[in-house]
Design a protein around this ligand. Structure first.
Ligand SMILES: [Fe+2]
Length: 268
């Protein structure tokens, strides 16, 4: 199975820049790249912060741009999103009984679970008991390999100002216990940190990547406010088979030339 993961599109009101760049232009370039190079992907998941201020006009533009994507798309909610306006514009986005934007999807690779880690009124994350009860039911139904998608990571990343707006520590512990009991979590995909990070959390492989518009600087010393950079955006091409989850990051706006080293003897 081939999956595309991208995150933190941060769409603004149409025509409005954000930190000197244009989120909609970035997303259009990303869609063009996916269509040209990876139109055979089975699914594209965007792990939250779809709109910077949760405006309905931004969601309209998101819908309009994504209408041109040749790959089916699944949205996940992030802390910059507005739950009601997001669902108003994307009514196909399923909600659980409590209203959280959460759903599960059976795929050839296993069960994909799209989680709502938004804590209302703050940029930090939560995964409360109500959501964990829903997740426990989904895991019970799944019975196979499970892939998780959410906005916040349930662990500290070492980027301290971002960790201050990470997931509630008690919720993260309870989530970990629930997932460990299930035991068949193959991978966790998340957004929020606007940086590439890969590793494992309590034995569960994870990955995240740069956002579409702006990035968080790699600074492990700062305690208070994070800094942004304009490192190029990326999307991930994920190849999943029975044994492996392989995550390729694609800097789709990198202007570097592709060349055959055997055809460039003058560079020897
Ligand atoms: Fe973000």
């Amino acid at each position: 199975m081939k999956l595309i993961h991208l995150t933190d599109t941060h769409l603004t009101l149409p025509g409005q820049p954000l930190y000197g760049t244009y989120p909609a232009e970035r997303l259009r370039a990303c869609v063009e790249s996916i269509n040209n190079e990876h139109a055979d992907a089975d699914l594209c998941v965007i792990t939250g912060d779809l709109a910077h201020c949760g405006d309905i006009e931004a969601y309209e533009e998101l819908a309009s741009i994504l209408a041109g994507l040749k790959v089916p798309v699944q949205l996940v909610i992030g802390n910059h999103d507005h739950r009601e306006r997001l669902v108003e514009r994307f009514p196909q986005l399923a909600r659980d009984e409590a209203g959280f934007v959460q759903s599960a999807l059976k795929t050839e690779a296993g069960t994909f679970i799209f989680m709502d880690s938004v804590k209302d009124g703050t940029h930090a994350g939560a995964y409360c008991e109500t959501r964990r009860t829903w997740l426990a039911q989904q895991l019970e139904k799944a019975g196979d390999d499970v892939f998780l998608f959410m906005h916040h990571a349930p662990f500290k990343t070492g980027i301290k100002p971002m960790d201050k707006i990470g997931m509630d520590a008690q919720d993260a512990l309870a989530l970990k216990a629930l997932l460990q009991r299930y035991g068949r979590i193959k991978h966790l995909f998340f957004g929020h940190y606007h940086r590439p990070m890969h590793g494992s959390w309590s034995g569960i492989g994870f990955s995240t990547l740069r956002g579409m518009n702006h990035q968080v600087a790699l600074d492990l010393k700062r305690e208070d406010n994070y800094l942004f950079t304009h490192e190029p955006p990326a999307y991930a091409v994920v190849l999943i088979d029975d044994d492996n989850v392989v995550v390729h990051n694609h800097d789709f706006m990198d202007p570097s030339q592709v060349f055959d080293p055997n055809m460039e003897p003058e560079w020897d």
